[in-house]
Write a protein that binds this ligand. Structure first.
Ligand code: PLP
Length: 240
């Protein structure tokens, strides 16, 4: 699919890829160690198709009701779907059918539901533990750092789940604070939690952090997966 929208997406994607590369150079990291996930939430399957034509393989979604049909509509493409949003247990079975990596595993009941769903779908499902980096300030979800170890064990003991690492969202900066500085501190904390997790589970080495506004800080702190939406697709249309 090539049209004016494809040209626009190509230009945005070039800019984001250049930012990632510059951040890698600045951090002394190999760009191939960083995966760009384009978060396609609120945008149509045709945009996913356009981006796939530009070489994007990894897509992120945060609502099953939107993600399931989008994954089905693009099932002829060889894509990897990342579920990055808060996940209700009653949606876990659906997500287990198309997702490759669930970034938002934050409680025991969800681990149980994902294991049941993956078993039924006869698939293996990668799991990242979402860590709450706000000290409970937002109620947005995420496991408290103290709960990571117990969740890790439950995932590792599940037959169809693979413990792959951790995910975090930086807290929103207050009025007098600089977002990039707040993000940098949060991602350093996440990186320390990842280091501790890897002492016990060396293969759980993925770190999902960084969005359109703070991807440089995430690369500096060692993120392996960036979740970028608006910098590639544009400002999201308001939810109706
Ligand atoms: C929407 C979303 C993103 C992408 O955010 P942008 O600011 O548009 O890059 C990343 N992570 C999660 C969990 C999201 O919900």
């Amino acid at each position: 699919m090539t049209d004016a929208r494809s040209d626009e997406l190509a230009a945005h994607l070039d800019r984001v890829r250049a930012r990632v590369e510059a951040a890698c150079v600045a951090a002394g990291r190999e760009p191939s160690t960083v995966t760009l996930i384009v978060v396609s939430k609120t945008w149509p399957a045709d945009d996913v198709r356009r981006l796939a034509g530009l070489g994007v393989r990894d897509f992120g979604e945060n609502r099953d009701q939107e993600a399931a049909p989008k994954a089905a509509a693009t099932s002829d493409l060889d894509l990897r779907w990342h579920f990055v949003g808060q996940l209700q247990t009653n949606k876990a079975a659906s997500v287990a059918r198309y997702a490759d990596l669930v970034h938002s595993v934050d409680r025991e009941s969800l681990v149980t539901a994902l294991e049941r769903g993956a078993t039924k779908a006869a698939r293996r499902l990668g799991c990242l533990i979402e860590v709450d980096l706000t000290d409970g300030a937002t109620g947005r979800g995420g496991a408290s750092p103290a709960d990571v170890s117990g969740l890790a064990q439950l995932i590792a003991d599940s037959d169809h789940l693979d413990l792959r690492g951790v995910m975090g969202v930086a807290p929103l900066a207050g009025e007098a604070e600089d977002q990039r500085a707040v993000s940098a501190r949060a991602f350093e904390r996440l990186s320390e939690i990842s280091r501790r997790l890897r002492e016990e589970y060396p293969d759980a080495d993925l770190v999902s952090a960084g969005m359109s506004e703070d991807l440089e800080e995430a690369v500096r702190a060692g993120a392996t997966h960036l979740r970028v939406g608006s910098a590639v697709l544009g400002t999201r249309p308001p939810l109706g």
